[in-house]
Design a protein around this ligand. Sequence first.
Ligand code: UD1
Ligand code: MG
Length: 452
Amino acid sequence: MANRAAVILAAGQGTRMRSTLPKVLHEVGGRPMIDWSIAVAKSVGCDRIIVVCAPSAKALQSHVEAQLGRDCIAIQDPPLGTGHAVSQAQETLRDFDGELVVLCGDVPLIRSETVEALFAEIQSGAGIGVLGFEAADPGAYGRLITDADGNLEAIVEAKEATPEQLAVSFCNSGVIGARSKTMFDLLSRVTNDNAKGEYYLTDIVGLARADGATCRTVSCDEADVMGINTRVQLAEAEAAFQARKRSEVLASGVTMTAPEKVFFSHDTVIENDVTIEPNVVFAPGVTIRSGARVRAFSHLEGAEIGAGASIGPYVRLRPGAVLEQGVKIGNFVEVKNTRMGEGAQASHLSYLGDGEIGAGANIGAGTIFCNYDGFLKYKTTVGKGAFVGSNSALVAPVTIGDGAYVGSGSVITKDVEPNALAVARGRQMQKAGWATAFRDKMAAVKAAKKKG
Ligand code: UD1
Ligand code: MG
């Protein structure tokens, strides 16, 4: 495969988000926008990725550095336009010779296939490839001016366009590909002699044409290249992502009775023949195996759900919840950092944190794993086939042996041997006739008070 690099533009101020967080760290589908761009770049084989950042966007720089290393950040100071932004990556890429794509950090939903198609145009001889779309409202987008053969002649920014050019609805997405040498050579000749006084990346098309090169366009849906500048657009991108993911999930053989009421993350994995009821939210990191059922009003994050398991309604799974095949979790049960073995059950009202529950164990209603003393967390182990009676508190660290019983209402602070019964609660006593005597006495006291 060809040598490939991506330059991701993310030095814009993003003031319209009205946020202290850099714009591209806002999330779509539970993943920061910048990570969508990085993921696309990686998926098309870019082994060099440069993110152009503003000097003030420290949180963004640390975020990128943690993933790609310091070398993958180029600082643009001050921002003098999209062409100037791409030029900031030139120094880092001086030893690179290959195909280069410019992505925008605020365009999260672009598809890998589309970027591949752009590279394909470069490979079949185009000097520049530009990703375009038919805009419902072309507004401020750059217009793609093509000739009779469909070759791209120029990109004209809306501010520079004639009324005739403004009538064109085929618009520039901002995603542009070329060989790296071509890109940087053309950029070195771009000037800022225009309406905005900026160095426009888009000017490289006219320059390439003047050099005799062919420029090509690739088309995609507008929804795939929507740019995010405001919270309204962020919400629109989220809706577009959810719609796309719901269709994919349905097509892969999952039943959803009300798909519009199920919310996914970018990385949600659901196997076929799973059923998901309405009002379920998937935060990142969830995998569900075939045949499982997720019932209404459940929130799942960082969890693995085994084949045929049944979850909910009203379940909360937090990171590290691993439910093996056939596990059953009922209403108002929270599971965190706990593995439940095959066929284990917790049907009602429990907190199961930092634990290990053996296959076939039964956790009674209202059981609490007391895992935290205000400083540290401790582990609770419940053995295979054990039975924990309702309303029990298991004070960790503690182990309930295989096959053991815990009597209801117990506060268990010591390990329980396999197959034993442990009861740790006040012993029940009974006084025959006590209630009758009590009532008679109190009625007399009350009557005496009324008289006096
Ligand atoms: C740009 C295109 C326009 C296209 C539109 C698509 C140019 C000149 N125009 O316009 O044809 O239709 O995108 O949305 O390229 N950025 C920097 N540094 C800068 C300026 C911008 O990093 O100095 C980044 C922004 O953060 C953003 C991207 O580049 O991610 C695009 O910038 P933006 O200001 O949105 O460009 P537009 O004027 O909208
Ligand atoms: Mg823009």
